[in-house]
Design a protein around this ligand. Structure first.
Ligand code: WQD
Length: 343
């Protein structure tokens, strides 16, 4: 009997890539998404890649009556992978209440539903933003949280604390938080990828849209950081490597392999790359020149962060397989494929 997994936010960037990997591993996937930052058309891409079109229900998890009706109807859900959240750092500064409601209330309602409907496993989409600007690099899971640099990062810190406190008194709930560094790239088929609504806040979609002529010029936010070339440093991880880690974490919960019922892991490559270094890789692998200029720093940015991935490597038996060249090649291939799409 196939195990049924609810993927909230499953038409989003990481959610859709994870749905593909879950189907590949024999899971039955059902998606809840409010389509506030994705399109239902993503289901076509998932179906073309995997041969299976996941069941899809459109609503926001904060709509409590719809959430209850959903779980009344679907009594056969074994586990949840919870992606659904707002995730634009800059927007969260402008609209904090939207972020606290959408990211925190939805998690509370989901956990209440898990208790009511006896669902024991949840994988939570967390973020390296929980660390703030670390004093020491690379960051391990023991690195203490600094005050979050944005309401977005704070919602992820609060989310992890909610899970920790819930698991402390509910031994029948098993949870894993996955702290993503910077997810980039796209599925090799170029049938799914990152599709931000409006002007991209993140670096790589802005790079590919500039290369495609959709954006005039990329602004590099600062080159006066203490890094090899002055631009900020991040740990870029291929979205497919990230998706695979979610399936491994889910299996750890299902197979009851956890050391305790709340765990958390860094998901990065362990390598730091600056903005200018990433641009150079993009230009080299795609044989093009990118139009960019250096401007002032962006408020809220941390200077540099990259992961110590020892714990995930050891406990999850997970290693990243795709390097930065493949990240940049697949990101560009996806952007070019988008251009051929009927608008
Ligand atoms: C990366 C670097 C910018 C745009 C992201 C997500 C967050 C979390 C962590 C998952 C920074 C620079 C960017 C541009 C630039 N992920 N940049 N010009 O801020 O690290 O956060 O990863 O939870 O949700 O937002 O990612 O891609 O915005 O920025 O120079 O036009 O690129 O200053 O140094 P960030 P980003």
């Amino acid at each position: 009997m196939k195990k049924k997994v609810l993927v909230t936010g499953g038409t989003g960037y990481i959610g859709s890539h994870t749905a593909v990997e879950l189907i590949k591993e024999g899971f039955e996937v059902i998606i809840i998404d409010d389509l506030s930052n994705s399109q239902a058309e993503v289901l076509n891409g998932i179906e073309k890649i995997s041969g299976v079109r996941p069941e899809f229900v459109q609503f926001n998890l904060c709509e409590e009556d719809k959430l209850t009706a959903f779980f009344e109807k679907h009594r056969d859900i074994d586990s949840i992978i919870h992606f659904a959240a707002s995730k634009a750092v800059g927007e969260s500064v402008e609209k904090p209440l939207l972020y606290y409601k959408n990211n925190v209330l939805s998690l509370v309602l989901l956990l209440e539903a898990m208790k009511k409907y006896n669902i024991s496993n949840i994988v939570f989409s967390s973020s390296c933003t929980v660390y703030g600007q670390p004093d020491k690099l690379p960051v391990t899971e023991a690195t203490p949280f600094k005050p979050a640099e944005s309401p977005y990062g704070n919602t992820k810190q609060i989310g992890e604390e909610i899970l920790r406190d819930t698991c402390k008194v509910n031994k029948d709930i098993q949870a894993i938080s996955l702290r993503y560094f910077n997810p980039v790239g796209a599925h090799d088929s170029a049938l799914i990828g990152e599709l931000p609504n409006g002007v991209p806040a993140n670096l790589v979609p802005f790079i590919t849209q500039t290369a495609a002529g959709i954006r005039q010029q990329l602004m590099v936010f600062g080159n006066d950081y203490s890094t090899p070339d002055g631009s900020a440093m991040r740990d870029y991880i291929h979205v497919v490597d990230l998706a695979v880690a979610h399936v491994i974490a889910l299996k750890r919960l299902i197979d009851k392999k956890q050391k305790n019922n709340y765990e958390f892991f860094n998901l990065g490559t362990g390598k730091g790359l600056t903005v200018l270094q990433l641009i150079q890789v993009f230009e080299k692998v795609n044989n093009l020149k990118l139009n960019y200029k250096v401007v002032d720093r962006r408020a809220g940015d941390v200077e540099k962060i990259y992961a110590d991935t020892t714990l995930a490597n050891k406990e999850l038996g997970w290693e990243t397989k795709l390097g930065v060249e493949e990240m940049m090649r697949s990101a560009w291939k996806w952007q070019q494929q988008l251009a051929t799409k009927k608008v």
